[in-house]
Design a protein around this ligand. Structure first.
Ligand code: NDP
Ligand code: HEM
Length: 485
């Protein structure tokens, strides 16, 4: 049956395009609720876009446990091989606005919400295994340099490279970003990485540090700088189109899930800190162990309701999975829910895409607020009342925890030449693939050519510390693209 067209209060409207006026051509009347309500609602259609990761695409799907992992983690959704959990994934670019091009050179966000029986687990990952910063207070500074100049309102190569070349811990991520993996061919054809170290524990209370990898079953496919530039003009929404059309056609993308683990003793002995987000755990020392697979098999019915209003947070976790002490991760635990309250309102978890599937959320002291829509726990007292029985579910806690001690003091990581070790390892990895080292030098040069010569010199020096060959190839191309008098 076709729906009856109504006002927002449900009153049927016989003529949607008529306006109430004095006579046929006279002024409009304030009593015309249909018109006023429509315009007023239209005026408020936009919510703040995400301050980062504004442009994105999403889909629903299913996660399945493929291998027993219960010796590592006690979470219920991972307790049986073959067990399935509904998921929602959102992919994104980072720096651009809602209308920006999908082919931008940028890391890609890769967030997945697992609707588990113990609450929602959000894995808020990127398609790169490392990040630009390891001191969280740098985040707003760093992000501003990737966005627009406050005066010209243009992207600004001077700001971009000024920041990066003076914050050398960024080099590993910048190498990835300017390799062809900085311009993935589609969201389907890229991996996802936790980047951060997390902590998983089993039901006996034994715990490990972990890094999680989602490996694309479609393989990795990338664009060259020139292909990405052309695509940004011809089809700025190419990744949205690719994801939507493939799922609509039944060509469901999937990823295989792996975990790397470290004991506390191994972490103490490792040649890098597991809390340093600019470092990977080498595969040969910390092998990947398979535990699951997920498939995206359902497009959203409505983009705004399900993709734009999706709220992911690294703080949304489930029993037996915890954050590590990585300071960037610790800061993210605060930042995401804070931005959701601003972007979507205090009751953002009541929006269907964000709602746990566990039945009613029961926290009777968290009441009221804008857009309270789930009954507000009715007449139940708005505090934990002694005469109302409540179950407090226990799950085994780790007995042998990390022990922290020391004076409360400001800390930031010091620069050392170690910052370049893994960047150099990546340069060697690129050497195994045709054109990848050459493309990296080219991709940097065409971007840095828009910066002042003094900053270009710093760019050459920055990459020289990774490899003299790389520095000198960038220099050669920069001299051609941006000749010196
Ligand atoms: P391995 O040789 O065991 O692994 C190299 C990794 O590099 C593979 O995961 C491969 O991914 C990935 N890779 C291949 N080409 C590129 C590229 N163009 N851009 C980015 N990554 C690429 O070496 P290690 O584990 O010792 O790591 C060496 C370097 O590889 C690291 O310093 C890091 O930069 C990079 N790397 C390491 C990862 C890790 O978790 N250890 C993950 C990703 C990158 P694929 O299998 O998809 O081809
Ligand atoms: C989105 C903050 C680092 C991955 C966001 C948003 C904020 C934010 C405010 C917007 C969220 C929203 O509006 O819903 C921060 C801060 C960081 C940080 C303060 C460091 C201090 C990282 C890192 C990763 C990451 C290291 C990956 C490992 C993402 C992803 C999204 C996102 C994937 C998009 C989520 C979505 O799809 O809705 N971040 N971020 N961020 N961030 Fe971060």
């Amino acid at each position: 049956m076709a729906p009856v067209f109504t006002n927002s209060n449900g009153c049927p409207i016989p003529e949607p395009f008529a306006t109430q006026r004095v006579g046929k051509h006279g002024p409009l009347l304030l009593q015309d609720f249909n018109l006023i309500d429509s315009l007023a609602h239209f005026d408020r259609e936009r919510i703040p876009e995400r301050v980062v990761h504004a442009k994105g695409s999403g889909a629903f799907g299913e996660f399945e446990v493929t291998d027993d992992i219960t010796d590592i983690v006690g979470s219920a959704f991972l307790d049986t091989v073959g067990k399935k959990t509904k998921i929602f994934t959102r992919f994104s670019t980072v720096g651009g606005e809602l209308g920006s091009a999908d082919a931008a050179r940028d890391p890609r966000g890769f967030s997945t919400k697992f609707y588990t029986e113990e609450g929602n687990l959000d894995l808020v990952y990127n398609n790169t295994p490392v990040f630009f910063i390891r001191d969280p207070s740098k985040f707003p500074h760093f992000i501003h340099t990737q966005k627009r100049n406050p005066q010209t309102h243009l992207k600004d190569a001077n700001m971009f490279w000024d920041y990066l070349t003076t914050n050398q811990e960024s080099i590993h991520q910048v190498m990835t970003l300017f390799s062809d993996r900085g311009t993935p061919a589609s969201y389907r054809e890229m991996h996802g990485y936790s980047g951060h170290t997390y902590k998983w524990s089993n039901k006996k209370g034994e715990w490990h540090y972990v890094q999680v990898h989602f490996v694309s079953d479609q393989g990795v496919k990338t664009l060259t700088n020139e292909e990405a530039g052309a695509l940004s003009g011809s089809n700025p929404d190419h990744a949205q189109e690719d994801l939507f059309k493939n799922i609509a056609a039944g060509n469901f993308p999937s990823w295989t899930c792996y975990v790397q683990t470290m004991t506390l003793e191994q972490a103490k002995a490792a040649p890098f800190s597991v809390f340093d987000l600019t470092k990977v755990w080498p595969h040969k020392d910390y092998p990947l162990r398979r535990f699951g697979k997920f498939t995206l098999n359902k497009n959203p019915e409505n983009y705004f309701a399900e993709v734009e209003q999706a709220a992911f947070s690294p703080a949304h976790t489930v029993p037996f999975m915890e954050p590590s002490a990585d300071p960037v991760l610790q800061s993210r635990l605060f930042s995401y829910a804070d931005t959701h309250r601003h972007r979507l309102g205090t009751n953002y978890t009541q929006i269907p895409v964000n709602c746990p599937v566990t039945g009613a959320v029961f926290n009777p002291h968290m009441r009221d607020g804008a857009f309270q829509v789930n009954g507000n726990l009715g007449a139940h007292p708005n505090y934990l009342a002694t005469d109302k029985p409540v179950e407090f579910k226990q799950f085994s806690l780790q007995e042998d925890q990390e022990v922290w001690e020391g004076a409360a003091c400001p800390f930031h990581w010091k620069y050392t030449d170690d910052d370049f070790i893994q960047a150099t390892a990546l340069y060697k990895v690129l050497g195994k693939y045709p054109n990848q080292q050459k493309n990296l030098a080219h991709n940097v040069a065409v971007h840095a050519a828009a910066a002042d010569h003094a900053i270009q010199d710093r760019v050459i020096e920055y990459f020289n510390k990774v490899s003299h060959e790389l520095g000198s190839n960038i220099k050669k191309e920069l001299l051609q693209l941006s000749p010196r008098k």
